[in-house]
Design a binder for this molecule. Structure first.
Ligand SMILES: Cc1cc2nc3c(=O)[nH]c(=O)nc-3n(C[C@H](O)[C@H](O)[C@H](O)COP(=O)(O)OP(=O)(O)OC[C@H]3O[C@@H](n4cnc5c(N)ncnc54)[C@H](O)[C@@H]3O)c2cc1C
Ligand code: FES
Length: 267
């Protein structure tokens, strides 16, 4: 989907907390329906670029968590984890206040190759692009989600019947989501993996899929200043040269990458 020119306002219609995460729902009257894996640049009017510390200045990148095209106007949902000044201000927005957004930007997920079963693997806020993808693929699509601890595990409620791993063992399998993935791939070598999460997780998935010669599509992150190809702040190296993650990505074929642990990505 191509983004309309310019920044537009989208009224917050709901705000819900899921442990460490906040889900913001907004009405995007003038925007097109986004594809799964696309993202928006978000900011808000008050407390942005002024006040104590004066950060943040630039808008921040967020995957679309969910889109409800049946509603009029179109409703979008975003998943926010407070990790700094921009995400804090966004996570404090209340119904009735206005989100400022541009987008949707970037290239999202592509359908699985013929005969392949989609398998979704997310870590932390990385579940966001996978939730909208599962909405489109169907609720029976297998999802494996990894979280740090009990504070983050409620994020699992945002997807249909996910299998969960937590590092502290507070929910589901104690350990890493990549351990669940390895077991799943052993049982079904016809999978096509879709993943989003921290760089170390994505790199483990890239390496595993390369070893098993399985296709994988990885939604990567990097620092993004503009979101639409102008600043070159988001470039990452691939086997075919540098790409702007906001244009050619954020979803890249795993086989294009020497490593998914790209500089500047991940918290
Ligand atoms: C395509 C894309 C989709 C994203 N989707 C989501 C989402 O759905 N939900 C969500 O909560 N976050 C998402 N992020 C990450 C989000 O953009 C950053 O957390 C945010 O920019 C941090 O801004 P801040 O002002 O709160 O903190 P800052 O002070 O700017 O950063 C806080 C910490 O986060 C790290 N960081 C900053 N920017 C990024 C980034 N782009 N990627 C990874 N780490 C970063 C910094 O190194 C620092 O350690 C996404 C990023 C990209 C590029
Ligand atoms: S974020 Fe500016 S070019 Fe990609």
């Amino acid at each position: 989907m191509t983004a309309p020119l310019g920044r537009r306002g989208a009224r917050i219609t709901a705000r819900e907390r899921y442990g460490a995460y906040v889900v913001l729902r907004c009405a995007d009257a003038d925007g097109p329906t986004p594809a799964a894996g696309q993202f928006y640049m978000l900011s808000c009017a008050a407390g942005w670029g002024g006040g104590e510390g004066e950060r943040p200045f630039l808008p921040r990148a967020f995957s679309v968590l969910r889109a409800c095209p049946a509603s009029a106007p179109l409703e979008l949902e975003f998943l926010v984890e407070d990790v700094g000044p921009g995400t804090r201000r966004l996570s404090e927005l209340l119904p009735g206040e206005e989100l400022l957004l541009t987008g949707p930007f970037g290239a999202g997920f592509r359908p699985p190759h013929r005969g392949r079963r989609p398998l979704l693997v997310g870590g932390g806020v990385g579940l966001a692009p996978l939730a909208i993808w599962q909405d489109q693929l169907g609720p029976d699509t297998t999802a494996l989600l990894g979280f740090r601890d009990a504070m983050h595990a409620p994020g699992a409620e945002l997807m249909s019947a996910p299998r969960v791993a937590t590092e502290d063992g507070s929910a589901g399998h104690r350990g890493l989501v990549t351990e669940l993935l390895a077991a799943e791939l052993e049982a079904d070598p016809q999978a096509e993996v879709y993943a989003c999460g921290p760089p170390a997780m994505l790199e483990a998935i890239r390496a595993l899929c390369a070893e098993l010669e399985l296709p994988a599509q990885l939604a990567l992150e990097s620092g993004m200043a503009c979101g639409f190809g102008a600043c070159f702040g988001c470039v990452v190296p691939t086997r075919e040269g540098y790409v702007r993650l906001c244009l050619e990505g954020p979803v890249l074929d795993a086989h294009l990458l020497e490593t998914a642990a790209v500089a500047g990505a991940g918290h």
